[in-house]
Every structure is written in C-alpha cells, then in structure tokens.
Design a protein around this ligand. Structure first.
Ligand SMILES: NC(=O)C1=CN([C@@H]2O[C@H](COP(=O)(O)OP(=O)(O)OC[C@H]3O[C@@H](n4cnc5c(N)ncnc54)[C@H](OP(=O)(O)O)[C@@H]3O)[C@@H](O)[C@H]2O)C=CC1
Ligand SMILES: O=C1O[C@H](COP(=O)(O)O)[C@@H](O)[C@H](O)[C@H]1O
Length: 341
C-alpha cells in the first residue's frame, strides 16, 4: 500500500481496520519509500555501530535538529493527487516523521522489525507541539526561475483551482518529551520548487564557550554539525572549527566528508527495488506498521485541523527560493536559522 494511509487519524484507523479484516497483518506492506533508501538505513548503522556519536546524541549537546526535504520540481501533472493533500500529508506525515523517528529513537534490542517498530513508536508517541500557532509555516510556489528557466507558479499548473489552499511547502517545529531530547527542538520542512533537490538531516550542536578564540575571530565560527545527506551526493558531513593557516589565531568552520561514491564500490539499489524485493521475501523491517502510521497522524492532525479551522492561506514563495518568509521567521523567533543545504 502506498502512502498517505488515509488523510487523518480517523480515516487511517478505518483503512487499517478494513485492510486487517481482509489480510493478516504480516501480509500487509505499507510503503514509505524513504525507508528503502540506503542513507536512511545507514542512520541506524551510523548511530549504533559507532562509539563516538551516541554520547553526544542528546539534549546536553544538541541544540536542535533540522530535517529538510527540498524538491526542485513542481507538482507537474499530479493536481488530481496533490491538490487537497499538500506537502504535510504528502511527505511530512510519513517520510519526514520516519526520518525523525530514526534520528531520535533509542537503540532497539535488535534489528528485528518488532524491536525497531517498538522504538520508533515510542519516540513518535513522545512528540509534542508546544505552541502550535507559532510552530508552522505554509507556502505555495509562485512563478520564478529554476536552472535558468522560467517556471510556472502553483496556480498556473493544470487543474489547480484559483482558491486552492493546498500548501506546496510546510515547515513544522516539534519537541520530543523524553529525557534524551527535552529542550531540543526538531524543525521539519518540505517543499516543491525550492532552491535545489536535497534531503538531509542536520544535527546542530550547542556552541562552545569560545573563551579562547572568540575575540580573535572576525567571522565567529559557527556550530558543530553532523549532516546526514540522504540525497543527492549521499553521505555525511561533520562540520567543526579549525585554525586558519597564518600568524593569527583565526578560527573558521571546515567540513569533513564521507561520500558513498568515494567509499564504496558497491551500487546502492533504488529504494523501490529494495522494498519490492523485501515484499517478495516477506521481510517486514522496512515497512511501517499501522501503529506508527496512526502516531504520525496524531502529530499532524492538530496542525491540519488548525489550518482548516482558521482557513489558513499559504504564503507565496518564489520558485527557486528556500520557501516563504514565515518559515525563516519561525526559526528567527528562536534565534536560529535554516541551514542552506
Ligand atoms: N510521484 C512520486 O514521486 C511518488 C508517489 N508516491 C505515491 O504514489 C501515489 C500516486 O502518486 P502519483 O502517481 O505521483 O500521482 P498521480 O497524480 O500521477 O497519479 C494518481 C493516479 O491515481 C488516479 N486516481 C486518483 N484518485 C482516484 C480514484 N478515486 N479512483 C481511481 N483512480 C484515482 C489518478 O487518475 P486521474 O489522472 O484520472 O485523476 C491518477 O492516475 C500516491 O499515493 C503517492 O503518495 C509515493 C512515492 C513517490
Ligand atoms: O512520496 C513522495 O516522494 C516524492 C519525492 O521522492 P524522492 O525519492 O525523489 O525524494 C515526491 O515528489 C512526491 O510528491 C511524494 O508523493
């Protein structure tokens, strides 16, 4: 079954009940193709097969986490599917919340689907929205330029009604109410016709005290970061400060890089290749169960209900930009800024 599974918690429960009346649970494969991506599977390997990340992977060290899924394409000829669904239901409820779960969950007892799903469900259940009115931004792409070419706005696309309130960009701020993450916000954003196609998870660390170097540095060194590049240019970047060569003790941020292309000769299978193989083999770990789907709707539903109740009109953003002004303001209110991926 392809996502989205239903359009809210109630319809997802209804759909799950119907499906599970007809098929035994183990023969139902809910597809979230992000779980088939190599880089997404690598989140677990990176977190739990290394010693150096886990000690700092918590609110004591992490300032906040940004999960970005940016697309350069518009909706193309998909108005029939996309209008009325929008970015939040299309990709945040599933792909981005799965990325959040894998980034934030505790170590599972084993890689068995039962244990993996239990940990994902636990962390999704702990997700909270503290101040809903100030924890979202919605946008619709306006005409603009992409790759040097003029592109249509959302309302110029075929079959989009002039009064559509469907968002093509959504950003949300959530928190996770557990000991590991209390006080560390997770910002999620997804949108079409943004600056470039990129999906990444950026874990941004608290700034160091800067007692020794701060004054000598013209451009203050930024935050340490670990960036998991889901796509393209799959890999991981660690960003840290280093001394600029020369007589001054000047500090600047530098990147240390791992790229799949350089490190492995093996090919990464396409996400759907991997998932279809697993369906044929009857292997469930890469498929969300109905509990995770329902917990994800529980996170999104209050936003969707608020947008519907207040008839919120998404803010236009220029195609090729990084989303509406309100998305930047959401982070500015917290003295933070979106990374430029
Ligand atoms: N495109 C992508 O990159 C990805 C898509 N998906 C998922 O794939 C699914 C389809 O997306 P996509 O192919 O892109 O969308 P499209 O809009 O291209 O295709 C949707 C198709 O479904 C048909 N359809 C819509 N409503 C009904 C209905 N009530 N009864 C019968 N047919 C209907 C449409 O027919 P008609 O044209 O006549 O309206 C159209 O052929 C979605 O669930 C999406 O989440 C998942 C991952 C990636
Ligand atoms: O599920 C979906 O994903 C695609 C983007 O997939 P990606 O693998 O290229 O990141 C998105 O275009 C589509 O709207 C959505 O339904």
């Amino acid at each position: 079954m392809e996502k989205p599974f239903g359009h809210d918690l109630e319809s997802a429960r209804e759909l799950n009940a119907i499906v599970e009346r007809v098929f035994p649970p183990d023969s139902v494969f809910r597809i979230d193709h992000y779980l088939g991506k190599e880089t997404v599977q690598n989140i677990l390997a990176m977190r739990f097969s290394n010693q150096m990340f886990e000690p700092v992977w918590n609110a004591n060290y992490v300032d906040h986490v940004q999960i970005t899924m940016a697309e350069d394409i518009g909706i193309g000829s998909r108005a029939g599917y996309y209008d009325g669904v929008g970015a939040a239901r299309d990709v945040i409820q599933n792909h981005l919340l799965q990325l959040l779960a894998l980034t934030a969950m505790e170590e599972p007892l084993s890689l068995d689907s039962k244990h993996l799903r239990a940990e994902k469900a636990k962390v999704l259940e702990a997700v909270r929205v503290d101040d809903l009115e100030n924890s979202y931004a919605l946008g619709q792409y306006a005409p603009g330029y992409q790759g040097g070419e003029h592109v249509n706005g959302f309302f110029d696309e075929k079959d989009i009604p002039a009064d559509s309130r469907t968002e093509t960009f959504a950003a949300l701020k959530v928190s996770i109410d557990n000991r590991r993450w209390a006080g560390t916000p997770f910002y999620l954003r997804a949108g079409k016709r943004l600056g470039r196609r990129v999906t990444e998870i950026a874990v941004l660390f608290k700034k160091s005290a800067d007692r020794l170097f701060g004054k000598e540095t013209e451009v203050p060194a930024g935050q340490n970061a670990i960036v998991i590049r889901v796509q393209p240019n799959e890999g991981m970047t660690i960003r840290f400060a280093a001394k600029v060569p020369g007589t001054q003790m000047e500090i600047r941020d530098v990147n240390m890089d791992f790229g799949y292309g350089h490190s492995f000769t093996e090919e990464s299978p396409e996400a759907y290749e991997r998932l279809i193989l697993d369906v044929l083999l009857g292997e469930p770990p890469l498929f969300p169960r109905h509990e995770e789907v329902e917990l994800s709707w529980k996170i999104l539903d209050p936003f969707e209900e608020y947008w519907e109740e207040h008839k919120i009109k998404p803010e236009p953003y220029e195609s090729g930009s990084w989303g509406p002004r309100s998305a930047h303001q959401m982070l500015e209110r917290d003295n933070r800024a979106w990374r430029r991926p």
